[in-house]
Structure formats: structure tokens, C-alpha cells
Write a protein that binds this ligand. Structure first.
Ligand code: PXG
Length: 462
């Protein structure tokens, strides 16, 4: 009998989970001592747990449920595709209707330089694909020495060997022998944390020129590509100063380096444009996509490739790369239905002109709270920097992350999923959130800050 048909208590469900389920990015002992929260259903922007608590999902699942939960169009499309063709591959000179339709749709909604997609099953697989693709691109032009990829400290590009190597997360590198060779990291454009006395604009130029310095140090004839997120998501919603991206683009063009945009979080409307590169005004050669492509209803990802790169790959014969689930027909059907909802309901435009500005105004006002050093947001993705001293942008006199966790726990208790990265609170609600739901979310966030502020004062952290 499936668990759905039983009347197991939350404690019993937690015990089974603790006995058999290894959770990602989790301290298993700590989790099992506490017990996992069991999520049982979701609708719109809300989740329900096994205790009957209703929670507003301020993180869109894991930054991916852009159209919100419970859309029947996707359920229908998936069920129909399951009946018709639950699986076939796209390897040996075959294709199928969902892969054909989705590739055309992606060519329509992505920036004009992108007419071709390589399908994957996730963001990590997209980035692993990109490592192989950019090296193959240069090798195919008799320049195999152009193989190093430059990425950034505190960037996030996934959890596979390649993805985690491209990422600049120290705790990830510390496990499993990472990064793999041929990947180097430069500074991130994190003005609040690292900008010191410089203005954001000055600091943005400095951070971009770190790329120039690194390329010149290693020699442009050894560098294949630069990869970055338009804004860093998992790293703490780090929004680069306006000077950053134009300078990065100039440097890549002048030195003949491929520019890769990891759009796994920013893609499909998060910033109020379809893709983050459109928001920040640059033209990548390659984009990694996943998450919002299907709003998480089924796992699927891809790599968008411009004509320059696609042509070289095509002229070079076999590209010896692919996944069983590249272009999975049912996942593709979910993605097609999702993209049509985003497009036909003008959800991305709504983020830009209506709900984005509406939420930004209230979110930025949280910056006046005594505990908040900076509130920032673009589209529907934002962060609050928690600090004991606003003017000094000071960090807390306890282990990094302590105050973030206190705040996150209050947020959960208040029925709001708001993430903590270090001592930075993060928000990225579904793009379909209503005005009333924004009011609800902000009210809960404000209450959470008040409670956390009282507690850190009680604990003597201020
Ligand atoms: N690139 C970016 C920019 C991401 O945010 C990936 C690639 C990898 O995608 P997959 O589908 O392989 O997970 C991501 C994923 C967090 C968190 O805690 C963020 C992600 C994944 C898991 C947790 O913020 N982003």
C-alpha cells in the first residue's frame, strides 16, 4: 500500500524518512534528530505540510516553480504524452514531437542569437555539457590549448563533478577532490560584502577587470570560456553593479573568449525579462537553462547555443555526448505547456511592469528595519543582508550563518519559506504571486525580522 493510502502520523513518516532517505546538502544526523518537514500538497503559491500548516512558498520550490503549483494544463499535457509516447530517445537518428516542438519554442523565447538547443535533464547536466562543448569547440578549430574555463568564487553551477567545479563554493570543493583541472575562479561582484569604500559602479568595474587580469595572466590562448550567473542565486542573490556585465562582455569579445550565461535561476522570467542576460544587457554565446523551463513539474534542462558555436560543432562531426533523457518526451511536454503559459498569460511582462515593482517597493522598505544592512531585488528575486550595524555593513559576532538560521526558523514558524544563505535572507516567490499574497509575504517577513531582532538582542549579539 502506498503511503498516500495509510494514516501514518508525521512522526512515523519522519522515522521512515530518517531510516532510508539520504537528503541532499544535509547534515543527516542533525536532520534526523529534528525530523524533516513532510510536504503533502501545493496550490498556487502555497504549500501544506502533514501537520496541516499552510505555508507561503517564498522560494518557488527551489527557485523553479515559476508558474506556481497545480496548473491543470501541464498535468493534462503530461498525462496525454505519457499515454502516447512515454519515452523514446533522441540519439540514433531519431526525434519525436515534443523535442521538435520544444526546440522551436525555445528558439522563439530565447534571445535571437539562439536557434539551437541541446537537451539535458538538469542544470548540472547542462553545465557539464557546456564544459565538453566549449573545449570541443576550440579543439575542432585546431586550438585545443584553449581549454581553461573561468568562473567565479561563490558562484553556483550545480552538483555534478563539472557543475560543482565550475561553482565556487568552498565547502563543495572540500569534498570529492574538486575542482577538476582546467577551471579557475575569480572574484564575485558582491559590492555589499566585498566592495569596501568603492562605489558600486567602481567596484563592478574592478570585479569585471579581474576577468581581464586572469585572462592576461594565463594567456587568452589557454582560455575557452567565462561562465557566470547573471545574478548569483544560491550564493545569496548577489546583483552585480550596472557597470559589471558590459565590461565582462567587452573583455570576452576582445580576447576571443566564449561568454556563457548560466540562466538556470534567472531564465524564464525571474528578472522580469525572459532571461537574465536580457535584463543586464549582454549577449552570451551559450546559455544553460533548467528549473523554470518546466516550472519544476518534471526535470529537464538544456544548453542554448548560438550559430557561431553550433556551426563549428556541426562541422566537426560526431559530438560524443548525450543523456538517456536528453529531450525526454514527457518532460518536454511539461516544458512546452509551461512556456506557453508563461508566454500566453504574459507572466514575464507582469513581473516587469506590475507584480515586480509592487513587491520591490515593499521588499526594499524592509531595508529600513534595524537588522537589515541592505535590501535588494530585481524582478521577483531579492535578498536582505542581516547586520548588527547598518552603517558599517558589519558581520555578526558569532559564527557566520547563526543569525540567518535563527531568522529562517522564525520565518518557517510564521508560515513563510524564506531561505538563509550565510546571514543573508533570500526570496524568490512564484511569478504568479498576487498583490494580496505579496502583502501576506511581506507581513510575515517583517514579523520574522522583529522576532529575530528581539532574539539576537537577547542573546547579546548586538
Ligand atoms: N546553475 C545554477 C545557477 C543553479 O542555481 C544549477 C545550475 C544546477 O541545477 P540542478 O538542476 O542540477 O540542481 C543551479 C541549481 C540552493 C540551491 O540551495 C540552488 C540550486 C540547486 C539546489 C539548491 O539555493 N541551484
Amino acid at each position: 500500500m502506498s503511503l498516500h493510502q495509510t494514516n501514518l502520523t508525521t512522526l512515523q513518516l519522519r522515522a521512515i524518512d530518517a531510516a532510508h532517505h539520504m537528503h541532499p546538502f544535509t547534515d543527516t544526523k542533525g536532520l534526523n534528530a529534528e525530523g524533516a518537514r513532510v510536504i503533502v500538497k501545493a496550490l498556487g503559491v502555497h504549500l501544506w505540510d502533514s501537520e496541516g500548516n499552510k505555508i507561503i512558498d517564498g522560494m518557488s520550490g527551489l527557485w523553479n516553480v515559476n508558474i506556481g503549483y497545480g496548473r491543470e494544463e501541464i498535468i493534462e499535457a503530461v498525462a496525454q504524452q505519457m499515454r502516447e509516447l512515454p519515452f523514446y530517445n533522441t540519439f540514433f537518428k531519431t526525434t519525436h514531437l515534443p523535442a521538435i516542438e520544444l526546440s522551436r519554442l525555445l528558439a522563439e523565447v530565447t534571445p535571437p542569437q539562439f536557434q539551437r538547443v541541446f537537451f539535458t535533464g538538469s542544470g548540472s547536466e547542462s553545465n557539464d555539457t557546456i564544459i565538453r562543448m566549449v573545449r570541443h569547440y576550440w579543439a575542432a578549430q585546431d586550438r585545443p590549448g584553449k581549454s581553461t574555463i573561468i568562473a567565479r568564487k561563490n558562484g553556483y553551477h550545480g552538483s555534478t563533478m563539472g557543475g560543482a567545479s565550475l561553482g565556487g563554493m568552498k565547502p563543495m570543493h572540500a569534498q570529492g577532490g574538486l575542482p577538476i583541472p582546467g577551471i579557475v575562479h575569480i572574484a564575485q561582484p558582491y559590492w555589499y560584502g566585498e566592495g569596501g569604500d568603492q562605489s558600486p559602479e567602481e567596484f563592478g568595474l574592478w570585479a569585471a577587470r579581474e576577468l581581464e587580469r586572469k585572462i592576461d595572466e594565463l594567456g587568452a590562448d589557454t582560455i575557452a570560456a567565462f561562465m557566470a550567473e547573471p545574478l548569483q542565486g544560491a550564493g545569496g542573490v548577489i546583483i552585480p553593479p550596472s557597470t559589471y556585465w558590459p565590461e565582462i562582455q567587452r573583455i570576452c569579445r576582445e580576447r576571443d573568449i566564449l561568454l556563457v550565461s548560466d540562466e538556470v535561476i534567472c531564465g524564464f522570467g525571474r528578472t522580469g525579462e525572459w532571461f537574465g542576460c536580457e535584463y543586464f544587457g549582454y549577449e552570451p554565446d551559450i546559455m544553460a537553462i533548467a528549473k523554470g523551463i518546466s516550472s519544476g513539474y518534471l526535470p529537464i534542462g538544456g544548453v542554448m547555443v548560438n550559430e557561431k558555436v553550433a556551426q563549428v560543432i556541426a562541422d566537426a562531426g560526431d559530438f560524443n555526448h548525450g543523456y538517456t533523457y536528453s529531450g525526454h518526451p514527457v518532460a518536454a511536454a511539461a516544458a512546452i505547456a509551461n512556456i506557453k503559459i508563461l508566454r500566453d498569460e504574459k507572466i514575464v511582462e507582469r513581473v516587469k511592469t506590475d507584480i515586480g515593482p509592487y513587491m520591490q517597493k515593499q521588499w526594499l522598505a524592509l531595508g529600513e528595519h534595524p537588522m537589515v544592512g541592505e535590501a535588494r531585488m530585481v524582478g521577483l528575486v531579492g535578498a536582505l543582508e542581516l547586520t548588527p550595524n547598518k552603517q558599517a555593513r558589519a558581520s555578526w559576532p558569532v559564527e557566520t550563518g547563526t543569525v540567518g538560521l535563527i531568522t529562517r526558523d522564525y520565518s518557517f514558524q510564521n508560515g513563510l519559506v524564506m531561505r538563509a544563505t550565510r546571514d543573508t535572507m533570500i526570496i524568490a516567490p512564484p511569478l504568479v504571486i498576487s498583490h494580496e499574497e505579496v502583502d501576506e509575504l511581506i507581513g510575515k517577513a517583517r514579523k520574522t525580522l522583529d522576532q529575530a531582532w528581539a532574539e539576537v538582542k537577547l542573546r547579546g549579539y548586538v
